[in-house]
Design a protein around this ligand. Sequence first.
Ligand SMILES: *Cc1c(COP(=O)(O)O)cnc(C)c1O
Length: 229
Amino acid sequence: MDYQQKLADIHSRIAKACTRVGRDAADVTIVAVTKYIGVEETEQLIAAGQHDLGENRLQVALPKLEGLPEAMLANVRWHYIGSLQTNKVKDVIGRFHMIHSLDRLALAQEISKRATQRGIVVPCLVQVNVSGEESKSGFAPEEVTDFLKQAREFAGLEICGYMTMAPVAQDPEETRGVFRRLRELRDEWLEGQFAPATAVHLSMGMSGDFEVAVEEGATFVRVGSILVK
Ligand SMILES: *Cc1c(COP(=O)(O)O)cnc(C)c1O
């Protein structure tokens, strides 16, 4: 299967998941995770019509950011989805359209500082450790409202919603509770006015469980292996 067919297949699975729960498929964006592939394959993926691309490490993203033709890059929105070291912030902002992994206060401070210096605003998603696994980064759900309050003071940073990583599961149904919980939390934080009105997005669901995530309200699904492997 080529990228065009694989993309059509994922779009159709998303459309079906949307139909099951009465959502509009136009509200779901596929972020194609390109960490497994090189520059040439990424070029083919873009040529196949995929314009939202995700990377979880700057070093793996750089050859693509620097090697793709300008005309192509102009049509790409890069999403930074992995854990981000504070010293890499200056190289990520401005190049990436959105950071999905805002997982600690010090990172927010650094993004704000660097964005303000450059006169830009960086859209970010707050990473929430819904499952509570020790191995996962992100704010505990009960820490988020305090963080949101502090983040209001940070210029140059726009909170656009939340991201979570579900536990590894054999059956995607096992992850449903995690996705549902993040949607409920988003609604609570919006309704209680803890969160800015812009904080509506939910980045959740990967190759193994994106349909369940879409049924539970995902607006970004981060799909790597089923698309590019
Ligand atoms: C690699 C990665 C993905 C994609 O995972 P697949 O199972 O390959 O679809 C999604 N999110 C993050 C943060 C990743 O690092």
